[in-house]
Design a protein around this ligand. Structure first.
Ligand code: EPZ
Length: 431
């Protein structure tokens, strides 16, 4: 089974270039099938979830030409099957975006209920509420969501919960509905804005994305487009935490600093230096982190997808920090693994009390989910001694060339798939 083997202690130094945003790309790929013309998408992150999505898009009959790792041309004209039933697609949460895209284009969709990381129950009731408000009949039958509509008409939808997925999904379903749909209490994440900009580049008429009220004026059809995906805010934040935790000095390139404001603010509170440039940030890690408190909130609040990584950096702080996870109910699964490395975190409900320690010690740990896995890698890079991180398939779902990017910064990390290879790494990196 593939795993990372890491020898900790080296401060990361140098430059890393951030890939395209996974969570924007997943919505954009689904939206791309809504046109019958060629859609060229650039700056695609080459990660597992994206490749599963592309496979599903070709399985329903669309044409998919992978120009290179980061560029794909899609044409939805030849779609013949509006039921996406594929064993791979069940594994990723973003499969639900096919409902909004196919319902919005063909007035019909049949998609398996979503899988995804085990960070919480992850219902889709708000998605369904939006589809029904637009005039669709929606039912769950043998593990799939089936949505049908004679026609889709404008609606005034108020989300009970701020939901990234529901906002993107209902926005897609509404782009060719009759009249003006208003979505209230919408999510405001950068990837919502990216999907809205992409749909507008195809001829949709969406206003207000990035605010809590989005207006969608229905159009007849969507035409082709050429579009480049925004940089990944969470990959960038992950490398910012890595620089802080290893007392490194890293320039993180191809970012939009505004998207990183909540992360930058916290790293500054913790005593790190953060310099902002037009399309880059530089993080110089403090000799010792200062404690602070974190509460995850919908954007522009502190992102839940950065909670595990920040908890690792706070574990190295002087003093005690409180980390409150207000989005998902089960996003502290990394705490047990971290305790094997000397972490000292107590979880009470949706609050983790993080008591600072001098340093982590290397250990064998296993990734419970995507961002927790990245957090454990950060801890291993900061630890004294060797660590192995297993179940790295989770990490590869959302991070492109993770080990190569870290190694290029001087991190002593190797992807190995046998004990023998792990031994060789230990011998090579003696001491
Ligand atoms: C997206 O998940 C991201 N995934 C998640 O990133 C991210 O953590 C999350 O947004 C929050 O930012 C993708 O974009 C593929 P939500 P999503 O709907 O859309 C509740 C990663 O690490 N809710 O914003 O599923 C839900 O239970 C992944 O890249 C309902 O109650 O998240 C949660 O408590 C992990 N009913 C809260 O809303 C619904 O119908 C936020 O969920 C939908 C959601």
């Amino acid at each position: 089974m593939e795993q990372y083997i890491i020898k900790g202690g080296a401060p990361l130094k140098g430059e890393v270039t951030i890939s395209g945003a996974k969570n924007a790309a997943l919505g954009i790929l689904a939206a791309a099938v809504m046109s019958d013309d060629d859609v060229l998408i650039e700056n695609l992150p080459d990660v597992k979830d994206i490749n599963v999505m592309l496979e599903a898009i070709s399985e329903i009959g669309a044409r998919v030409d992978r120009i290179d790792r980061h560029t794909v041309r899609i044409n939805g004209r030849t779609i013949s099957d509006i039921s996406v039933d594929d064993e791979f697609i069940r594994r990723i949460r973003a499969s639900y975006y096919f409902i909004g895209a196919l319902l919005g284009k063909y007035r019909h969709a049949r998609v398996p209920l979503p899988g995804g990381c085990n960070i919480g129950s992850r219902p889709i009731d708000q998605h369904i509420k939006g589809f029904k408000a637009l005039g669709a009949e929606v039912r769950i039958e043998s593990g799939s969501v089936i949505a049908d509509a004679e026609q889709l008409r404008a609606a005034h939808i108020y989300f009970d919960v701020v939901s990234v997925g529901a906002t993107i999904n209902v926005m897609m379903a509404a782009v060719m509905a009759e009249g003006q749909t208003i979505i209230e209490n919408a999510a405001k994440e950068p990837h919502i804005v990216d999907v809205a900009n992409f749909l507008n580049s195809m001829g949709a008429n969406i206003k207000g994305a990035g605010t809590d009220t989005i207006r969608v004026k229905g159009v007849e059809k969507l035409h082709g487009s050429e579009y480049a995906i925004i940089p990944d805010q969470i990959e960038a934040g992950t490398f910012m935490c890595m620089a802080a935790a290893t007392r490194g000095d890293v320039v993180i390139k191809n970012v939009i600093p505004k998207h990183l404001e909540a992360i930058t603010a916290k790293l500054l509170e913790m005593g790190n230096e953060v310099e902002e440039y037009d399309e880059a940030v530089r993080v110089i890690g403090a000799a010792r982190q200062r404690h602070t408190d974190i509460k995850t909130l919908p954007y522009p609040g502190f992102p839940t997808d950065m909670q595990p990584q920040m908890a690792v950096a706070l574990s190295l702080a002087e003093g005690t920090s409180m980390v409150t996870e207000s989005i998902f109910e089960n996003r502290f699964k990394y705490v047990d693994e971290l305790s094997r490395m000397g972490g000292n975190i107590k979880v009470e409900g949706n609050v983790a009390v993080v008591d600072g320690i001098e340093h982590f010690s290397g250990a064998s740990v296993s990734s419970p989910d995507l961002r927790a896995g990245a957090a454990l890698v950060i801890a291993a890079l900061a630890a004294e001694g060797y660590s192995t991180v297993e179940e790295i398939g989770y990490i590869q779902r959302g991070y492109e060339n993770f080990d190569e990017k870290i190694a290029a910064l001087g991190g002593q990390i190797r992807l190995v798939d046998s004990e023998q290879e792990a031994k060789k790494f230990r011998l090579r990196v003696v001491g």
